[in-house]
Design a protein around this ligand. Structure first.
Ligand SMILES: Nc1ncnc2c1ncn2[C@@H]1O[C@H](COP(=O)(O)OP(=O)(O)O)[C@@H](O)[C@H]1O
Ligand SMILES: [Mg+2]
Length: 402
């Protein structure tokens, strides 16, 4: 399995450029690297200044660098078209009318999911040490990263595990031809479910996959960056670097209108970066006078981004999300659970105890956090939130404590 680096961020911030620069630099360091675009707005070929196809080919200006752009539409037609057809017939046979059947079979985010599943396939079967992915814009990608889970739930509802019961029902109402189609559909769906499961496994495994979040230093992005980091943390996806792109050069002590413009701009950009200091190290890339296009220009960007370091490891690995501390003894003990999450000031947070889990809902996204065994025997006493996360207080539950 190759290491997978996912580049994401808002539209236009420089995802494609930095993904391509990182891959070019990895190849220059002697690592066999593949850079692949899953963003339907493909511009990877433009950045590398080569023509790209749907299957990997070596970039002739850089040894050991391979590139391709996945065509999600084609994948959908290939993998999903037939399935949708089956599904529609089966549902129609079961008495679900045409329109409902159409609605039921338009599954959300199938294109993006299949594109990522294709990335996983390339990473697990290809000869590359690293696969660098030029993902779509943040919001899309986030939705997509949470999809395997949402999707599994959806499949479960549509195709209950007790599929034999459904099969029996179908035989009663729709005849045997439909039953065969149902079997074929159910098989195809369980294969799809397996692929999605494998994808989720890859995304949530910090040793095989991590995200590099790209931003430009503008006021509006600060809060959004925290939100993105939180959402990724909630999904168990590791962010190994935050990169601020297009930092304007400081004019030093130069005078004149242009220098004043640069000074003001840089001052504002520095202020935005200062707002983000809580989240850890932020790497920066200058706004260059000309667009970095082609391998030599991309390597210059990479050398500013990574210095003389190997681009692969990323910054320090984020600490574990959970930390327990406590004081006192027996029933008088008091514990606190720290859940590290970068939170914006206006984040809406909701917390509930659900059996042995804490259900944490942040801006509408829910995540179950499994409680350490000690805390399962405790009662929640309260919770406090700050910009670095949430602290939940616990005391022993007398009925469970010995
Ligand atoms: N550091 C930089 N200096 C100058 N131009 C840049 C820089 N980073 C990106 N660009 C240019 O900005 C445009 C958008 O960058 P791109 O990487 O395509 O963004 P995204 O993939 O996030 O939409 C491109 O024309 C690219 O060449
Ligand atoms: Mg792009």
């Amino acid at each position: 399995m190759s290491r997978v680096l996912l580049f994401t961020g808002k539209g236009g911030v420089g995802k494609t450029t930095l993904a391509a620069a990182t891959a070019a630099s990895l190849a220059a360091h002697g690592r066999k690297a593949l850079v692949v675009s899953t963003d339907p707005a493909h511009s990877l070929g433009d950045a590398l200044d080569v023509r790209l196809g749907a299957s990997p080919s070596e970039v002739d200006t850089a040894d050991g660098l391979f590139a391709c752009q996945i065509d999600p539409r084609g994948l959908v037609d290939e993998a999903w078209g037939e399935l949708r057809g089956h599904l529609r017939t089966v549902l129609a046979g079961a008495g679900v009318d045409e329109l409902d059947a159409e609605e039921l079979t338009v599954l959300p985010g199938v294109e993006e999911l299949l594109a990522l599943a294709e990335v996983r396939r390339l990473a697990s079967s290809g000869p590359w040490e690293v696969v660098v992915v030029d993902c779509g814009p943040t919001a899309e990608t986030l939705r997509l990263l949470s999809l395997p889970e949402a999707f599994a739930g959806y499949l479960e509802r549509l195709f209950p595990t007790h599929r034999r019961v459904v099969r029996g029902l179908l035989a009663g109402v729709a005849g045997t031809g439909t039953v065969e189609k149902w079997d074929a559909t159910a098989d195809a769906l369980s294969r799809l479910a397996e692929r999605l499961d494998a994808l989720r496994g890859m995304l949530a495994d910090p040793s095989s996959c991590s995200v590099r979040l790209v931003l430009t230093p503008e006021r509006v992005v600060a809060a959004e960056t925290r939100r993105t980091l939180t959402a990724l943390a909630l999904q168990g996806i590791r962010v190994d670097s935050v990169i601020a792109n297009r930092l304007v050069p400081s004019p030093g002590s130069a005078r004149g209108a242009a220098a004043t413009w640069l000074r003001t701009r840089r001052h504002e950009q520095d202020a935005v970066l200062a707002e983000l200091t809580g989240i850890g190290e932020i790497r920066t890339v200058d706004h260059r006078a000309s667009e970095p296009v082609g391998v030599p220009a991309l390597l210059e960007v990479a050398s500013q981004l990574y210095g003389s370091e190997d681009p692969l490891p990323g910054a320090a690995v984020r600490d574990s999300l959970l930390e327990v501390s406590g004081s006192g003894r027996g029933l008088d003990a008091r514990y606190s659970l720290r859940i590290a999450l970068p939170l914006a000031d206006d984040t809406e947070l909701d917390l509930a105890r659900v059996g042995d889990d804490l259900a944490l809902t942040v801006d509408g996204r829910r995540r179950l956090v499994a409680l350490p065994s000690l805390l399962r025997r405790c009662i929640v006493t309260g919770a406090e939130m700050d910009s670095g996360g949430v602290t939940v207080g616990f005391r022993p539950d007398p009925s469970l404590w010995r």
